[in-house]
Each structure stands twice: as structure tokens, then as C-alpha cells.
Design a protein. Structure first.
Length: 104
């Protein structure tokens, strides 16, 4: 059991945001807090870019960041791979050296 803290980041097409959130909540009803950022990117799945995005050379993306135990992150990725196998959704997991709140 690996309970060390990690940051799970999911990069996804913005049109999939609500579906992704729904799947995450079904997989883990006690989902910890998360942050969603807007980003732009160029990579796998660019063939599905709109004409505007093709002209700009990048697509609109969402980035969801969650801090949790490593085991929990791996379980979420495994579940999402079954429930939402979309090649345009990328993920990465990075170690968290510290986490806390500045106030009480």
C-alpha cells in the first residue's frame, strides 16, 4: 500500500469536462478537492481540432489537478481507463513533497 502523496493531473478536451467529473465522482464518491485550469495544447488528438484551433496550432484543454495518496490516484486512472477510454485524455502523476493550508 502506497499512501505517499502525489498530484494527479488530467489533461482533457474541455467538451469532456462534465463527463470526466461525473466518472471521477462515480469511481470515488469521496473525491478530494481539485483544481481545474484552462490551458492550450498541441499533441495527440490534434486531428479533431476545430478550424480555429488548427489555424492557431493548439487546442483548448482543461487541466484537473488532485492531491491524494498514490494508491488512490492509480485506482482512479485504472477506473477511468475502463469507463472513459479517450485517447485525448492524458494524465501524469508527480510526487508531492509537502501539502497543507496556510490558515486554520
Amino acid at each position: 500500500m502506497n499512501t505517499s502523496l502525489v498530484q494527479l493531473t488530467l489533461a482533457f478536451p474541455v467538451v469532456l469536462e462534465e463527463q470526466l467529473l461525473g466518472e471521477l465522482r462515480e469511481l470515488d464518491p469521496d473525491l478530494p478537492g481539485f483544481t481545474i485550469l484552462r490551458a492550450q495544447g498541441h499533441g495527440h488528438g490534434y486531428a479533431h481540432a476545430s478550424i480555429r484551433e488548427q489555424v492557431r496550432g493548439r487546442t483548448e484543454r482543461g487541466l484537473m489537478q488532485l492531491v491524494m495518496a498514490a494508491d488512490r490516484a492509480e485506482a482512479l486512472i485504472a477506473g477511468l481507463g475502463v469507463r472513459l477510454p479517450v485517447v485525448e485524455i492524458a494524465y501524469w502523476i508527480t510526487p508531492v513533497l509537502g501539502f497543507g493550508r496556510l490558515g486554520k
